[in-house]
Design a protein around this ligand. Structure first.
Ligand SMILES: *[C@@H]1O[C@H](CO)[C@@H](O)[C@H](O)[C@H]1NC(C)=O
Ligand SMILES: *[C@@H]1O[C@H](CO)[C@@H](O)[C@H](O)[C@H]1NC(C)=O
Ligand SMILES: *[C@@H]1O[C@H](CO)[C@@H](O)[C@H](O)[C@H]1NC(C)=O
Ligand SMILES: *[C@@H]1O[C@H](CO)[C@@H](O)[C@H](O)[C@H]1NC(C)=O
Ligand SMILES: *[C@@H]1O[C@H](CO)[C@@H](O)[C@H](O)[C@H]1NC(C)=O
Ligand SMILES: *[C@@H]1O[C@H](CO)[C@@H](O)[C@H](O)[C@H]1NC(C)=O
Ligand SMILES: *[C@@H]1O[C@H](CO)[C@@H](O)[C@H](O)[C@H]1NC(C)=O
Ligand SMILES: *[C@@H]1O[C@H](CO)[C@@H](O)[C@H](O)[C@H]1NC(C)=O
Ligand SMILES: *[C@@H]1O[C@H](CO)[C@@H](O)[C@H](O)[C@H]1NC(C)=O
Ligand SMILES: *[C@@H]1O[C@H](CO)[C@@H](O)[C@H](O)[C@H]1NC(C)=O
Ligand SMILES: *[C@@H]1O[C@H](CO)[C@@H](O)[C@H](O)[C@H]1NC(C)=O
Ligand SMILES: *[C@@H]1O[C@H](CO)[C@@H](O)[C@H](O)[C@H]1NC(C)=O
Length: 464
């Protein structure tokens, strides 16, 4: 059977239209277009540079957890800027949210939600913060419930259940009920009491407005070898490298009961670099084409990424960590890897991998191998978001882009007008039981059809 791209596109449009019109509330009427604004980069990228009209929400990063359930800290994130952030967002009719946690800020989530008394206190702590700063939303970036993150987080078998109880109590609160509540998540659903990915997260779908799957850092400086930072697909990767992707993580979360329309794809306006010897990168007959996207790298070679990277230091656990090797997207331009339009710079080794659907670059002069995202991979991710009926995207980070080239690319691929001046569709999840049941009626059908026909719409559209 031959199914053409046009036929499939028509089919998806019909199904998506059904998804929207059968919706009880209007929450899914528009795509969420979000990025995290890192307070500590505000000097380089002031609020005045934000392209507010292209976003429905901006999320300020981070308030961090502390040993005291009554206190959240804004110490590392320019606390003085937060009121201006909220004001600028509101002037632009953009939802202003605050993210709590992050890689270095999740140390005390487990104890903060570890008992009924603490959950009640923590509800008070977060709602007071929301009121104090006039926030529209709170984003929970717990890395991770019942799974160690940075190395010294408090952790408990019951973390995921306690997290849900906390969110339920927050939703019952008169302030909490009005907030847009979201979570930044791991690729797999959070670990349950047994330490395995939860099989049922439907309870979270009733209290959260959405989750954003952090589909990045999949391979980083701590990995055993290099690989794609933010793979769209990994079901086509070598078995040992099927370590997560947009395709497999969205499947994992929807299989566990999170409606596709409440899932945002976390996307990366940055890449990871590694020092990789030439012999591991190029095929013998070629001097410029990368052939290996899973090479071993030299772990003892110090390598700084862009000018935002640092030689490292002591983390919150007291462990030393060296440079991250991270290049923001603009950093790849500054570093001579890409041109302004995102095409690879002449003389730089390049490969666009058709499984991860992401680009790779190699600078022979200093053996720097980079896995990143560009205009092409963002367009493919936009197609994926639209075709799978996801709720939108959230980009790390606002200041990472280069003159909006990535943001414009994903938005035009999704093709939905993302109008922040109409924020009427960005209301909190007030009637979860009725809306979450109906709003996703069509998504599973679409998913099933896509997998039956095994059509790679994106591949057809972009790779001929
Ligand atoms: C739902 O949203 C769409 C698109 O923004 C709008 O045209 C429509 O009037 C809304 N419906 C309701 C019931 O608010
Ligand atoms: C914000 O919304 C109001 C009311 O809908 C509108 O008058 C105003 O022009 C909008 N402002 C911006 C910056 O979009
Ligand atoms: C919607 O826009 C209005 C201004 O027009 C603002 O007061 C309100 O806080 C916004 N709501 C959200 C959820 O952003
Ligand atoms: C409750 O929070 C306090 C700190 O505010 C902490 O010492 C205690 O261990 C927490 N309880 C649980 C059960 O995690
Ligand atoms: C938790 O989840 C991760 C992957 O999501 C898994 O690798 C790990 O083994 C799980 N269990 C614990 C106790 O961390
Ligand atoms: C960091 O230090 C903690 C002790 O504070 C230790 O338990 C943890 O394993 C260390 N992590 C790494 C990655 O070395
Ligand atoms: C987890 O919760 C169960 C039941 O509420 C309790 O018996 C158990 O002690 C808790 N586990 C931990 C590690 O706190
Ligand atoms: C992911 O890869 C599998 C296996 O090659 C393929 O069937 C599927 O269409 C791909 N999905 C996307 C969205 O590229
Ligand atoms: C390098 O890759 C390009 C595009 O993928 C291809 O056209 C070219 O033949 C390759 N060159 C060599 C020497 O393999
Ligand atoms: C790895 O890097 C270190 C530090 O730059 C260097 O001394 C060593 O020779 C490198 N190893 C290989 C195999 O290239
Ligand atoms: C490698 O060289 C490029 C310039 O060609 C430079 O921008 C980049 O920072 C260098 N990388 C490292 C790790 O030295
Ligand atoms: C970004 O846009 C500004 C203003 O339009 C322009 O001056 C600058 O050259 C652009 N930079 C790049 C790298 O495209």
């Amino acid at each position: 059977m031959t199914i053409t791209t046009t036929m499939l596109a028509l089919l998806s449009n019909i199904l998506l239209l059904q998804a929207v019109t059968s919706t009880a509330s209007n929450t899914t009427g528009s795509m969420r277009s979000i990025s995290w604004y890192a307070g500590w980069h505000s000097t380089d990228f002031p609020l005045s540079q934000v392209s507010w009209s292209k976003y429905t929400q901006l999320t300020y990063a981070f308030a961090t957890t502390t040993p005291d359930v009554k206190t959240l800290s804004l110490e590392d994130s320019d606390a003085a800027l937060l009121p201006q952030f909220v004001q600028s967002a509101h002037q632009n009719n953009v939802t202003a949210s605050l993210s709590i946690g992050g890689w270095g800020g999740s140390q005390y989530f487990s104890t903060n939600v570890g008992s009924a008394a603490n959950r009640t206190a923590f509800v008070q702590t977060v709602t007071e913060l929301a009121t104090k700063y006039d926030l529209d939303g709170l984003d929970f970036d717990w890395e991770y419930p019942n799974r160690q993150g940075i190395g010294c987080n408090t952790i408990n078998n019951n973390d995921t259940a306690n997290f849900l109880s906390f969110l339920q109590e927050l939703r019952q609160d008169s302030t909490g009920s009005k907030l847009i509540l979201s979570a930044a998540t791991s690729l797999q659903p959070w670990n349950d009491t047994s330490g395995a990915p939860s099989k049922d997260v439907s309870g979270f779908s009733k209290v959260l407005d959405f989750i954003a799957i952090m589909n990045y850092d999949v391979y980083n400086i701590l990995s055993s070898h290099a690989g794609p930072n933010s793979p769209l697909n990994d079901t086509c990767a070598p078995t040992d490298d099927q370590t997560g992707s947009a395709v497999s993580s969205v499947k994992a979360w929807t299989d566990a009961g999170m409606p596709a329309s409440q899932i945002l794809l976390g996307i990366a306006a940055y890449g990871h670099s590694f020092v990789v010897p030439e012999s591991s990168v190029f095929q013998s007959s070629s001097s410029t084409n990368i052939t290996n996207i899973y090479p071993s790298f030299n772990k003892s070679a110090e390598h700084l990424g862009d000018r935002w990277d640092s030689p490292g230091g002591v983390d919150i656990c007291g462990n030393f960590s060296g440079p991250s090797g991270v290049y923001s997207y603009w950093g790849l331009f500054e570093g001579g890897y890409i041109n302004e339009d995102g095409t690879p710079k002449a003389g730089v080794g390049y490969l666009f991998d058709n499984c991860s659907q992401t680009p790779f670059a190699y600078d022979e002069s200093n053996q720097t191998w980079v896995s990143y995202d560009n205009v092409q991979s963002f367009a493919l991710k936009g197609d994926f978001i639209r075709d799978y009926g996801l709720g939108g995207f959230s980009m790390w980070e606002t200041a990472g882009d280069l003159n909006d080239t990535l943001l414009d690319s994903i938005q035009s691929a999704i093709g939905t007008s993302i109008a922040s001046s109409d924020n009427s569709t960005q209301q909190p999840n007030t009637n979860p039981s009725s809306s979450s049941a109906s709003r996703n009626a069509a998504a599973p059908i679409l998913l099933a059809l896509l997998s039956i026909f095994s059509i790679r719409v994106a591949a057809l559209a972009y790779n001929g």
